[in-house]
Design a binder for this molecule. Structure first.
Ligand code: PMV
Length: 324
């Protein structure tokens, strides 16, 4: 049996705008998906996960999209595609596999749960089959899943969860890895409202396609802001980074992807002393993040909980995907 693990991610600045060519800053965090894989009956792939609510088996090459509903359709099928791609890459199409997926990452709330499970699946299957894949190849295999879930992914989720650490990302460029800082904490606040990344990305993309001038202007500002945020992070100027995160939240509000619930958690975190706070991921519900000095993390976390969120004080994961 082979077991692979991959972290969750948060987007520090630049979500949505990254889909349209702007840079974004993201960090891998220490909540994990784990995939254990072993050989199974030839031609059959079994996938089960109590956390994700899936338990199914398929003949390889015979996934029928129309027969899948609910969580099976949104979670299982993309994973099947990742398994199939990896089997193909290994030249082992007819093999059988049994996969057990576990995850600490809440689903559908902007923490990269689907990218993380796709990346750990690709890594585990490749390792079991003796396929030597570098991280770039694992990320590429896992990306099939993100494309399936929301037609136009930037690739930031799969990249961050594959490589770990803090990543300055831009479509079409090699990711720029920044040295993780020990001096600040990230606190996640989950509103508990799941939403569809695909729907939110389409809503914003539609406005870009219509040539919406405001959106283009906001997108350019967000791109500049991310470059400043990366500099602030490198220079350990966390006050400035916090201010830029606040500004980024405002830009995301202007494009209509925040919600009253997210705004409430963001305000609670700022009032409790956060250096900055913003929604993270596609918005429309899901999660926010706060940047904090280590001494303030517990009071900020309590304030988020008191405002109706579920908080997690997280640390940067430096390794990305790994075989356990
Ligand atoms: O899936 P989420 O909610 O983490 O969103 C990912 C970030 C987006 O910029 C909204 C989409 C993308 O592919 O970059």
């Amino acid at each position: 049996m082979t077991v692979a693990r991959a972290p969750a991610k948060v987007i520090v600045t630049g979500e949505h705008f990254v889909v349209h060519g702007q840079p974004a800053l993201a960090a891998a965090v220490n909540l994990y998906s784990t995939v254990a894989v072993e050989s199974g009956s030839p031609g059959t792939v079994e996938i089960s996960s109590s956390e994700l609510g899936i338990d199914a088996s398929f003949q390889t090459g015979a996934i029928d999209e129309k027969n899948l509903e609910g969580p099976e359709r949104s979670i299982l099928e993309p994973l099947m595609l990742v398994v199939e791609r990896t089997l193909e890459r290994a030249g082992s199409k007819g093999l059988g596999l049994r996969l057990q997926v576990k995850s600490q990452i809440p689903v559908g709330v902007g923490l990269g749960s689907s990218a993380s499970t796709a990346v750990s699946t690709a890594a585990a299957v490749a390792h079991l089959l003796g396929l030597q894949l570098d991280k770039g190849m694992i990320c590429e295999l896992a990306s099939v899943q993100e494309q399936y879930i929301h037609g136009k992914p930037s690739g930031i989720d799969a990249t961050t969860t594959t490589y770990g650490g803090v990543v300055l990302f831009r479509i079409g460029q090699s990711p720029n890895h920044l040295q993780p800082a020990e001096e600040v904490r990230i606190i996640i606040g989950n509103t508990g409202t799941a939403r569809s990344t695909g729907d939110l990305v389409s809503k914003v993309s539609h406005r870009v396609q219509l040539g919406d001038r405001d959106l283009v202007r906001i997108s350019d500002s967000a791109g500049q802001l991310t470059l400043q945020a990366a500099d602030a992070y490198k220079n350990k100027d966390f006050q400035q980074l916090g201010r830029l995160m606040d500004e980024n939240h405002e830009l995301l509000r202007q494009i209509g992807v925040s919600t009253p619930q997210l705004d409430r958690l963001v305000k609670a975190a700022r009032d409790a002393g956060a250096l900055g706070a913003k929604l993270t991921g596609a918005g429309g519900g899901g999660c926010m993040i706060a940047l904090s000095r280590p001494a303030d993390d517990k009071s900020i976390s309590k304030a988020i909980d008191a405002a109706g969120g579920r908080s997690y004080i997280v640390a940067i994961d430096r390794l990305g995907v790994r075989i356990d």
